[in-house]
Structures are given as structure tokens and as C-alpha cells.
Design a protein around this ligand. Structure first.
Ligand code: 1HN
Length: 351
């Protein structure tokens, strides 16, 4: 055994002596603080809907929507158990509402998206306007708007909730409150926001009613699907993405939500995509069809076959490629708007 180097002993003594003053040396942690590339703790994961659904239905027997406030099974990243997070910045969960139930009105600074997975005829009411849910619809709850959910459907309705909870927690900027009443009185009929803002037109003397968030509450699947189908037939198919569109705030052309970027894409039958990586970890909801995602990171590989209603997550800077023998449609969301606002978004298209 060599005797400890005097310089090493001197340093250790320094660290010990200054620790009570809450001082610590940067040089011991510098490389970990500014790694040469992202070192996310998150791992890729897939939730098979056939495996998840029985637990959702059991949750439906175990607790009412009203007692639960929100009856949700959180999709937790396997490497972040206990943190209510699917990536370091994103929350995702599957919410169930049964016929006749009510999830009471509240509001919070966290923004939420709903992507409808199963069932038709539930609704969410935002700021006094109901949006009826149909599979594939993308629905927004802007920050600090009262919202409640209910169901006039004749069966279960399930949707994916995507929220910026970990981001807002990081900034210690979360507020929430319950509304006086369980449900909001209808101030306007279903579809009013879409009539005002969803037809490439806008009220002449409008202001953005929800600040940085889109004034459209619901982006119907019918319209998104029609666009993708038409583009698949009549426009070049991207070698990485297939046919991929991002949702827009019609007032700005930017993202519909300040913290969450949302996308829908169609992989044509026989599509074998090229690999890419990007700093924004993304959560996918399979809308229709089947396919496969291959993820690679630092010598590890994950291969997930997916079908309709499955969910999967591709973490930051993991190389991914998508393929589909028979064709499929994917919805996805990520924190890309925040990366872009901070000027730190990076994407590499590989081959
Ligand atoms: C929330 O308010 C909803 O309104 C869903 O449906 C999920 C997760 C954490 C905090 C609030 C909803 C949520 C949530």
C-alpha cells in the first residue's frame, strides 16, 4: 500500500473542514455537471394496453372518479419509480371515467393534454366549454383554467394525460385550487372554440384568451387523420418520420402549449425508418395499426412491438427508429417547446 499522497490528504481535510459551511469543491463534480452529452437516468419502456387495461378496470371497481378526484394509473419510467414521471420533465398517466361519473372541477398552474385512447362520449369542460371526447382527439387544458370531466358514454372512456408536472415542480411554481361547484355550468356549446379558431380564421378583434396556450380546446382526430392520409398519398414520405405533423396554435403558428409539443404521424405500410436522436424525450400513444420501435443507447438495445392503444417512451438522446409492416398512426408529445425556448434543442438524423 502506498501512503496517501500529501496533496490528496490536504484536499480531503479541506473538504471535511468546510463541509459544515455547506461548501463543496466544484472540481470533484465538474465532469458530471457538464457531461459531454446528455446522461438521462430514464430508460425506454412500453406499456401494452392489453396488460394495462385490466388494472384500469380494477381501479374502476376500487374507487370512484369523484373519490379519487382523478382516477389515473401513472405511467412511471422504470428508472424513476416513485417520482410520478415518465421522463425527468414529463408526467403521463391513463385516466378512466365510467358512465355517469364526475371528476370534480379544479385548476392548477400545470398544463395538461388529453389524448383519447378508448371510448366515445365522455367530456372535459374547460372554462365553461365542454369538449366531447372521441378516440384520437387531442384536447388541451390550459394552465390555471378550471376543468372537470364527466361521462354520458355507455362504456368506459380512457385517455392519456400528459402534464408538465415535473417541470413545474422543478421551478417550484405549482399552485392549485378546487372550484366551488363539482361541475362547471356550460357557458358556451361544445365546439365554440373550434368554430372561432379551428378553421384557419380568427375573430377580428380577438386577444389570445389563454395567453401562450392555444385557444382551441380540442383538435379532432378526424381532421388530423385526413391530413396525414392525404399527405401519405400525395407528398414525399420522410425517411425518419414517415408523414409527421406538429399541432399548432393558430394564433401564433407555434406550439399549442408552452411546455408540451404535440405531434401526429403516419407510418405507411412497409415503412422502415432511419434512426434519429433528439434531446427531448418523447411519449407515444399508438392510435391505429401496428409497428416496431428500436431504441439504442450506449451499447444497449430495446425492441418494442406495438399495437393500437399501447404507449411507449423514448428518452433524451436515445437513438430510435420506427417501422411498420402494415401501417400505423402515432400521437406523441415531448418538452420540445421548452428546449427551443432555452435554445438547447438538438436533433440528429442518422442513417
Ligand atoms: C389532473 O388535474 C388531471 O385534470 C389529470 O384530469 C392528471 C395529474 C397530476 C395532477 C393533476 C386532470 C393529473 C392532474
Amino acid at each position: 500500500m502506498n501512503a496517501p499522497h500529501p496533496a490528496a490528504m490536504q484536499r480531503e481535510q479541506l473538504y471535511r473542514d468546510m463541509s459544515p459551511l455547506n461548501l463543496t469543491p466544484l472540481w470533484e463534480v465538474l465532469h458530471a455537471l457538464v457531461p459531454p452529452q446528455p446522461t438521462t437516468p430514464c430508460v425506454p419502456a412500453l406499456w401494452n394496453y392489453g396488460e394495462v387495461r385490466p388494472f384500469l378496470m380494477r381501479a374502476g371497481e376500487a374507487i370512484t372518479a369523484e373519490e379519487a378526484v382523478r382516477r389515473v394509473l401513472i405511467l412511471e419510467n422504470p428508472a424513476l419509480r416513485g417520482q410520478s414521471a415518465i421522463t425527468q420533465s414529463l408526467y403521463a398517466g391513463l385516466q378512466l371515467i365510467l358512465p355517469g361519473e364526475v371528476a370534480p372541477a379544479h385548476r392548477h398552474t400545470q398544463s395538461a393534454l388529453r389524448f383519447i385512447v378508448e371510448g366515445t362520449g365522455a367530456y372535459t369542460a374547460v372554462d365553461g366549454e365542454r369538449s366531447t371526447m372521441r378516440p384520437g382527439d387531442f384536447i388541451i387544458t390550459p394552465s390555471w383554467t378550471f376543468h372537470d370531466h364527466g361521462s354520458d358514454a355507455d362504456g368506459p372512456v380512457v385517455w392519456l394525460d400528459g402534464l408538465d408536472i415535473p417541470m413545474v415542480r422543478f421551478f417550484d411554481a405549482g399552485f392549485a385550487e378546487n372550484a366551488g361547484a363539482k361541475t362547471q355550468a356550460a357557458a358556451r356549446p361544445d365546439g365554440t372554440s373550434f368554430a372561432r379558431f379551428g378553421h384557419n380564421m380568427a375573430p377580428v378583434r380577438h386577444e389570445s384568451p389563454y395567453g401562450a396556450t392555444s385557444p382551441i380546446f380540442s383538435y379532432p382526430y378526424e381532421r388530423s387523420r385526413e391530413a396525414l392520409e392525404q399527405l401519405e398519398c400525395h407528398a414525399p414520405v420522410d425517411a425518419w418520420d414517415g408523414v409527421k405533423l406538429r399541432y399548432v396554435n393558430p394564433l401564433t403558428g407555434g406550439w399549442p402549449m408552452p411546455t408540451l409539443g404535440t405531434f401526429m404521424q403516419r407510418l405507411p405500410a412497409g415503412f422502415g425508418g432511419q434512426p434519429w436522436r433528439q434531446t427531448d424525450g418523447a411519449v407515444y400513444s399508438v392510435v391505429e395499426g401496428e409497428g416496431e420501435v428500436l431504441v439504442e443507447h450506449q451499447g444497449q438495445q430495446w425492441r418494442f412491438a406495438f399495437g393500437a392503444r399501447d404507449h411507449f417512451v423514448v428518452p433524451s438522446w436515445h437513438t430510435a427508429r420506427l417501422s411498420s409492416a402494415t401501417g400505423c398512426v402515432l400521437f406523441s408529445f415531448s418538452d420540445r417547446p421548452v428546449h427551443q425556448a432555452l435554445g438547447i434543442h438538438k436533433e440528429e438524423r442518422l442513417s
